[in-house]
Every structure is written in C-alpha cells, then in structure tokens.
Design a protein around this ligand. Structure first.
Ligand SMILES: [Zn+2]
Ligand SMILES: [Zn+2]
Length: 350
C-alpha cells in the first residue's frame, strides 16, 4: 500500500489558533512507525493548550497537535520487528528513557528525558522509535479504535488512584466531572470497589456521574453546605480519599475540608502556573492528612488501562459523546473551551 506525499493535519499556532493545513506526510526513520489515524480524542489538556497557546512540557507552537489516538500501521522503519503493516495499534503520547535517576527509582512518569509525541489530529502520525519500543500496543481483536484511544488519559487516572491507596469499601469523593472525573468515578467504583461521591458545579454533570455508577452525587454550591452534606454522608468524618479533578486553587482548598482524619487528598487537577493555595497547618498536622499529586502515566499504567478498557470498566460510550471530522476540529476545540454544545470528549475521525 502506498501512502500519499501530503496529508490533512491540524497545526497549533498559538492561543485559540489551530489551522487545518496540507502538510507533508511524516517521513519515518529506523525503529519508527507511520500510522493512519482512525480515532483521535479531544482531551482537557488539549483544550487548555488551545486556550493558552502552548504547554511548557508537551508542546510548543507551531506544531502538529493532538495526543490520544489509535490507528493502523501503514509503514514500518528499518529494524521494527514487533509490528507489521496492517496492525491496529494504540501508541501512548510519551515514553521514558529508563536510564535517568527517576526512571531507575521507579518513577518513569517524572523521567528527566520524557519523550512526547503530538500530531494525532492528522491523517497520519509518526511514532518515534522510543515510543514504538516501550509504549505502543496492538489492539485486542474486538477493541474499537475510539475505546483504545482512551488508554492515555485513563492511565493517568489509574495511577492517581493507585497512588491514593484506595481500598475496597472506601468512600472516594471525586471533585470535577469532566472526562477525567468520570474516569475516576468508573474506576473507583468498578475497579477499586469503592463507594463514590461525585461532585461538580452543574447538576447535569452530577446526574451523568450517578448514571455511570457514582453512589451519590452532590452539586458544588456554597462550600459550607457542601462540607456539611459530605460529612453527613460519611458518618460525620469526611471522605477516605478526595480526588480533586477541577484544577483550581479554591477547589484544592475545598478538598482539604472534605477529607477525613488520616485520609488522602490527590490534587490531580493542575492549576494555572503561579497560583497558590492556603492550607490550615493545624488541620494538615493534627488530622494527619496525606496530600498527593499525580502527574502523567507510566508504560505499566498504559497496559493496565488497556485491560480495563477491554473489560468495559471504562469505554468510549461513557464519555465520548460527539464524533466529528478533522475539518471541524477548530470549532470543536472552541466549543469545548467555552463549554458550548454539551461535549464531554469528541472523537475526531480523520
Ligand atoms: Zn490527554
Ligand atoms: Zn528517564
């Protein structure tokens, strides 16, 4: 099968500036793959990047854009033996070096030389050799492209729950019910056997979380009444684990008031750079609260999230509620950035 010389692709130029252009199909070198993209999912991070125009770690414009994808291998570089043309694959958006201080200590998500890949919003994407070798997987026969493409964001959530020491029967409060929040709800309930209290600002978000398996839902309104309501649901103590998936300083502060003595808070949602929070030191110390934050994923978590997707714990039907062509991407991102159109996550089918 021959590939064309040019392709349709989204290029990020800056703040709210993404253009569809005709660009050369990426050339591949030794160890690399060329993949025909079959599904690329929008992601909260992409929306943030669209609003701000860049991401310090992941992407600097002008650049090909998008990082949650699955597709078909259409060309293989010299030396590739694990994959063949025609394979249906999912490739993660990064791979660690396995050699630095952090990799050797079992924290490859903090790798000093984490290699990122972008360019999923395109007809074809090049997968760099390191990602081919360490973080690319063939899809199980029945797995749909848009389900498999969830592996990357889901792996961040799986890691977040692992790091928060969730035990069966625990009460997990999830703050924020965007796609990641919904993944936390599904995982905490069905993979970790927890009772889940789902919280968000809009009633429709809470209702959706309850429909997807949250044990209870609370609309975030006045903080005092929210704290009271959560405590009354937890024997007056507060939640065993609080997952903050909103990414705003006020929400981080609120999280500290929702957790029980000896409980764990995971500040999962990244706040705007330079923001600060004030935390009651007495509360932290005398209540022995563990504060965690989770960033990114590891190859092991990508593999586990693919298993969880195959088992149906999380799949596209739970949160991918729109499907659009590549041409619609700028509009889709703008709608997501301004909360129009009720989109949670959109599958772009190039
Ligand atoms: Zn993502
Ligand atoms: Zn490393």
């Amino acid at each position: 099968m021959s590939t064309p010389d040019t392709m349709h692709a989204a290029v990020l130029y800056g703040k709210e500036d993404v253009r569809l252009e005709s660009v050369p199909v990426p050339a591949i070198g030794p160890g690399e793959l060329l993949v025909r993209v079959r599904a690329a999912l929008t992601c909260g991070t992409d929306v943030k990047v669209f609003r701000r125009g860049y991401h310090a770690k992941m992407i600097q414009p002008p650049a090909l854009f998008g990082h949650e994808m699955s597709g078909d291998v259409v060309a293989i570089g010299y030396g590739v033996t694990r994959f063949a043309i025609g394979d249906r694959i999912v490739a993660a958006n990064s791979a660690p070096c396995d050699e630095c201080f952090f990799c050797r200590r079992g924290q490859p998500n903090l790798c000093e030389d984490l290699l990122f890949n972008n360019g999923a919003y395109a007809e074809f994407i090049r997968i760099p050799a390191r990602i081919v070798e360490k973080n690319t997987y063939r899809l199980a026969g029945h797995l749909a492209y848009k389900d498999a493409a969830l592996a990357e964001p889901l792996s961040c959530a799986v890691r977040g729950l692992d790091e928060s020491f969730v035990r069966p029967g625990d009460t997990v409060a999830v703050m924020g019910l965007g796609p990641i929040g919904l993944m936390f709800v599904r995982l905490a309930r069905f993979a970790y056997g927890a009772r889940v209290i789902a919280m968000a600002r809009r009633l429709e978000q809470v209702d959706r979380a309850v429909a997807l398996g949250a044990t209870e839902g609370i609309v975030i309104g006045r903080h005092d009444s929210l704290i009271e309501e959560l405590k009354s649901e937890t024997g007056g103590r507060g939640a065993d684990v609080v997952i903050e998936a909103i990414g705003q300083p006020e929400a981080w502060e609120l999280a500290t008031r929702l957790v029980r003595k000896g409980g764990v808070i995971n500040f999962f949602g990244g706040c705007p750079t330079g923001t600060k929070v004030a935390i009651d030191t007495g509360l932290l110390h005398y209540s022995e609260i563990t504060c965690k934050a989770s960033f990114h994923h590891t190859p092991a978590h990508i593999r586990r999230s693919l298993d969880l997707i195959a088992e149906g714990v999380v799949n596209a039907s739970h949160m991918v509620n729109h499907e659009e062509s590549l041409n619609q991407l700028p509009q889709v991102l703008s709608d997501l950035a301004h909360h129009r159109n009720g989109q949670i996550k959109t599958a772009i089918i190039p």
